[in-house]
Design a binder for this molecule. Structure first.
Ligand SMILES: [Zn+2]
Length: 200
């Protein structure tokens, strides 16, 4: 509940203060603090120096050193923790967006456009979704969840990385994954027009 409320605040204002989270969830301050601490220790939220949530569920209102992935959506610019976030978030919440990332092998810029949650850029780039069962999303999953400009570059990286377990995904498959991961956010983020509901 706190994670969804924080995602909503970051979406709308780039930051989720504890007071807003309290009024949105009707939870006591201690419960909010406990929930935030659990998210942070799981690598599922980031705070600013004042303790406000500036990133959760892959969506960040702030640039950090690790974010080479960004997202233009709803007239705002966000950063994301990984390439799967950058495509999966707009797919999950049925938004039009431009995701920008860099090839995990050669660092070439890759742009992926989505229209109302559907990928409209040509297939070609390939995503890597790590199979890691980790206890810290930001540190254990996100660094490896990248887009590659071609299957060849994915193979090059994969061999160099010691053949880690995971799946190569096409862009539309990342969108499907995004609907499964962030779909629950779409019921929460702002008013949902009826035409969007009919697409579900
Ligand atoms: Zn490349």
């Amino acid at each position: 509940m706190v994670r969804r409320a924080a995602f909503d605040c970051i979406w709308k204002a780039g930051v989720a203060g504890r007071r807003e989270l309290g009024s949105m969830t009707a939870l006591a301050d201690e419960a909010i603090d406990r929930a935030i601490a659990e998210l942070v220790s799981a690598g599922a939220a980031e705070l600013d120096s004042g303790g406000a949530v500036v990133a959760t569920a892959g969506l960040s209102g702030r640039a950090t050193a690790r974010t080479r992935h960004s997202l233009s959506m709803s007239g705002r610019r966000f950063h994301t923790w990984c390439a799967i976030d950058a495509i999966g978030i707009p797919a999950g919440v049925h938004e039009s967006a431009t995701a920008l990332t860099r090839c995990g092998a050669c660092r070439t810029a890759i742009e992926v456009k989505l229209a109302m949650g559907k990928v409209v850029s040509p297939e070609g780039p390939t995503a890597w979704c790590p199979a890691s069962v980790c206890d810290n999303t930001i540190e254990g999953f996100c660094p490896y969840a990248n887009l590659f400009c071609s299957e060849e570059h994915l193979s090059t990286w994969w061999l160099d990385a010691g053949s880690p377990r995971g799946d190569a995904l096409m862009l539309w498959e990342v969108a499907v994954l995004g609907k499964a991961i962030w779909g629950e956010m779409s019921a929460y983020v702002g008013p949902v027009p009826s035409r969007r509901l009919s697409e579900n």
